[in-house]
Design a protein around this ligand. Structure first.
Ligand SMILES: Nc1ncnc2c1ncn2[C@@H]1O[C@H](COP(=O)(O)OP(=O)(O)OP(=O)(O)O)[C@@H](O)[C@H]1O
Ligand SMILES: [Mg+2]
Length: 292
């Protein structure tokens, strides 16, 4: 099997072209185009219902598209879905582990699902155990695990066939701070070993820390895309935060500290803070404060 396009740039491992996914009258994904580069961590942000999960499900061949084209490592998700499935792993938004089985049994089930030959099974599972970090959890029932360990197990299950691309739909949703850091380390380790990561998150700090590039989606469309620094430049690198007469938070963004200072002086004796614009500022500015 040869890839759909031979002259594709080497560095684009997922290419989404004019993708639309409709559910009845609703365009959950409304004509989006973007690429994920080989080896990067790409973040998908956006309010509830923006279309993030639908996009991920379509890339991973779970959801059929209405129109458009998606190439994964050069293979068309419509025509060559078996080739696509070999190259991707997905940890879905709603964890789908068998809670009555142990961690080891769950990993084994996924290995069987991906038709990993029995001769390779133990070595693959050993590698997954090493990544998971602690052997002692392997024979625990999933039902007995904390949320963080369930999440981690689900990620390890999704990559037991050692895919080139891992799609993680809200991998840290609802986790405590410590578990979140453990998950970030896992994502970095996988990425350091060459796995391309595509993740969605509602945590701006997470995206800012982990992602090489991010796309912000709203109402089925991509409304901004780039590195965090590029997005900062779009809204202004310096943010002044103050409160209006009714006590509501007001944020203004400026291209440089000079213009921010001029504005701050005009505030008279009102309290304000001046800081580097964060991804959260960018997000709020672009999605109109509709933080999900
Ligand atoms: N199978 C389906 N049938 C009908 N509508 C659907 C289906 N799946 C998703 N939708 C709708 O499509 C829109 C996009 O949903 P999607 O789950 O992709 O959003 P999301 O960005 O992942 O949101 P969240 O941040 O809440 O996970 C929503 O309005 C949702 O209700
Ligand atoms: Mg979702």
């Amino acid at each position: 099997m040869t890839p759909e396009t031979t002259e594709k740039p080497d560095d684009e491992i997922i290419e989404v072209q004019d993708l639309t996914v409709r559910f009845g009258d609703l365009a959950a994904v409304d004509g989006i185009s973007f690429s994920v580069r080989r080896g990067e961590i790409f973040g998908f942000l956006g309010p509830n219902g923006a279309g993030k999960t639908t996009t991920i499900r379509t890339i991973t061949t779970i959801q059929r598209m209405t129109s458009g084209r998606i190439l994964v490592d050069g293979f068309d998700v419509d025509k060559d879905y078996l080739e696509v499935r070999k190259r991707i792993g997905i940890a879905q938004q709603h964890i789908s582990l068998d809670k009555h089985l142990t961690v080891r049994q769950n990993i084994k089930q996924h290995a069987l699902l991906h038709k990993i030959p029995r001769s390779e099974m133990d070595a693959r599972i050993d590698r997954a155990v090493e990544l998971l970090g602690l052997d002692e959890y392997m024979d625990r029932l999933v039902d007995e695990l904390s949320g963080g360990w369930k999440r981690k197990t689900s990620i390890v299950c999704s990559m037991v066939h050692e895919p080139e691309i891992l799609l993680l739909d809200e991998p840290t949703a609802g986790l405590d701070t410590m578990s979140r850091h453990v998950l970030w380390d896992l994502v970095r380790t996988l990425n350091g070993r060459g796995t391309t990561i595509f993740l969605t998150t509602h945590y701006m700090e997470e995206a800012e820390l982990l992602c090489d590039r991010v796309a912000i989606m709203d109402h089925g469309r991509i409304v901004a895309m780039g590195t965090v620094d590029e997005l900062r430049d779009i809204v202004g690198r310096v943010t002044v935060e103050t409160t209006d007469a009714e006590g509501r938070t007001v944020r203004r963004h400026f291209a440089d500290r000079g213009s921010a200072r001029t504005f701050a002086k005009s505030l008279g004796d009102r309290y304000y803070s001046m800081r580097r614009t964060t991804l959260e500022d960018v997000y709020l500015s672009i999605t109109g404060g509709n933080l999900a």
